[in-house]
Design a protein around this ligand. Structure first.
Ligand code: DGL
Length: 287
């Protein structure tokens, strides 16, 4: 006998029980993972932090695609039924290759929130903080072409910022100085809306807000990614006719190619003891 599934509104994924693979170059995707957990309390979440190879934003496309394909293979071997690329840089460079390799796998990518930022900007000036890889990509050029409209978009590459966040020291004088340097040109240009175009940056949102000054809105797309994940999960499960009756695990498993203790420390404040953290098995190469 199966338990009755809980009553849920159409926007939430409370009733969805499936395994979702999530990855990022490092800890940044945890900003997406925590929102996914809020939307999908009964899903099994499988997360790979590729911290041993971070940052991606300053690496070649071939390298990032190789890592993305290898990590996706690993997550599938662990039972993932849906993949979330919780990295703007990996989405920009590799989502197409992932879709080609896994044509039947539902895949959700993340892109800088240019569209919501343009809608929100009164000054019609939008800053985009992201990695050099994301801002130099063809996908980003397309995003601007599609959504900038009459707004001026100011892309601001932030080399070194994801790497600094990887250390877990999220409020140091050096970090403040780095952020202030990236925000200065945007401030001077009079932007009133700033896109957090890298999943690492929500962890330093308070410092970015402070550097930009009052009246500037920050745009983070984690919630939109979680909502899209719920939609694709619901579609995948209903075509497999198994929304209900699966064991409700709500489990979170994490792996890292970097330091296990550092990843555990990073997620402890909000993930408590419901998660396991293990080293990513070596030799994740693409066949
Ligand atoms: N967190 C990633 C992103 O969203 C990448 C940061 C990096 O590794 O450079 O772009």
């Amino acid at each position: 006998m199966t338990e009755p599934s809980p009553k849920v509104s159409a926007e939430t994924g409370r009733d969805l029980r499936l395994a979702i693979g999530v990855f990022d170059s490092g800890v940044g995707g945890l900003s997406v993972l925590r929102v996914l957990r809020q939307h999908l309390p009964h899903a099994t979440l499988l997360y790979v932090a590729d911290s041993g190879h971070a940052p991606y934003g300053e690496k070649s496309e071939a390298f990032i695609t190789g890592r993305s394909l290898a990590i996706a293979d690993f997550l599938l071997s662990q039972g993932a039924e849906l993949l979330v690329v919780a990295c703007n840089t990996a989405t920009a460079t590799s989502v197409q290759a992932l879709r080609q390799r896994h044509p039947h796998l539902p895949i959700v990518g993340i892109e800088p929130g240019v569209k919501p930022a343009v809608a929100a900007s009164v000054a019609r000036k939008v800053g985009v903080l992201a990695t050099p890889g994301t801002l130099g990509s063809e996908r980003f050029a397309q995003l601007i072409e599609q959504h900038a409209g009459d707004a001026q978009i100011l892309p601001q590459p932030c080399p070194g910022l994801a790497k600094a966040i990887e250390t877990g020291r999220l409020d140091t004088p050096a970090l403040r100085e780095l952020i202030a340097g990236f925000c200065q040109p945007l401030k001077q240009a009079g932007v009133d809306t700033v896109v957090l175009g890298c999943t690492h940056y929500p962890f330093v949102a308070p410092l970015i807000a402070e550097a930009m000054g009052p009246g500037v809105q920050l745009i983070d797309t984690s919630d939109a990614v979680a909502r899209q994940t719920v939609r694709l999960a619901r579609r995948a499960l209903s075509s497999a006719e198994r929304l209900e009756g699966e064991p409700s695990t709500g489990r979170t498993r994490l792996w890292t190619s970097g330091d296990v203790a550092a990843l555990r420390h990073f997620c402890t404040p909000w993930m408590a003891d419901a998660a396991t953290v293990e080293p990513l098995p070596p030799g994740q190469t693409v066949n």
